[in-house]
Ligand binder design. Sequence first.
Ligand SMILES: Nc1nc2c(ncn2[C@@H]2O[C@H](COP(=O)(O)OP(=O)(O)OP(=O)(O)O)[C@@H](O)[C@H]2O)c(=O)[nH]1
Ligand SMILES: [Mg+2]
Length: 257
Amino acid sequence: MTKPDLKFTLLVPTMNEIIGMKAVMPKIDRKWVDQILVVDGGSTDGTVEYAREQGYDVYEQKTKGLRFAYIEGIHSVKGDIVITFSPDGNSLPERIPALVEKMKEGWEMVIVSRYLDGAKSYDDDPITGFGNWMFRHLINIMFRAKYTDPFVMFRAWRKDLFFRLDLDLEETYSFEERMLHTTIGVEQLFTMRVAKCKLPYSEIPGDEPKRIGGIRKLQVFRWGAASLYEVFAEQIRWPKSRLGVNYAKRQQAASAR
Ligand SMILES: Nc1nc2c(ncn2[C@@H]2O[C@H](COP(=O)(O)OP(=O)(O)OP(=O)(O)O)[C@@H](O)[C@H]2O)c(=O)[nH]1
Ligand SMILES: [Mg+2]
């Protein structure tokens, strides 16, 4: 099952993270991955200029919101595997090589868990700590899964999985976003749909240090409410028989053109 020839893209979403970027990005050895892609959501603090100076690939988002960093940025990904990495200090760069090695075993998704084998989040506050604990148990019960960290950004997944799970489609997010007047992330649906489809996933441990500089963009209550809705809605919407169906249709259409 090992896949030694996979190519890896580090996808780094940024929104005014110049302080974190300067502290964290130099710790990443260019040899660890095949591409570093910074996807920027409209920074005005020099993040984009810094990323260009370092020679990273840069994509500037057209639509606001974290999920569009993925939905738009994925078209600039050259690798077979995407590693999503927060440059605000929360993701430990030294875990990247272990994550790459683990993905080469052939998993669809590997999460760098803040709660596995003694790993710890130093960024959780009482509310996010409780939310992560509660959703871990709820998701595991509702999707018969064994996650320790369903929400963390720092993880690796096969690029095609994003499309096979329909995570690029507006209809996937539109109801809860309209109800809650927000734009949500992709992590929670990613985690739930992988478990629902019984795809092979794994986790490795990795601490989450405190955020360095910048401003937190997490909307605890709105995103928490969206996640709670999704845990139940996903029991009936998007049956697992839809895995890859849209993707295959689009592939066929593209090759017919
Ligand atoms: N491209 C893009 N990046 C974003 C957007 N919102 C947040 N980010 C970046 O995504 C990364 C993670 O976001 P955070 O604000 O740290 O969210 P969080 O990690 O859940 O919250 P903290 O606990 O405060 O770190 C950071 O590098 C942000 O700058 C967005 O709309 N577009
Ligand atoms: Mg963060």
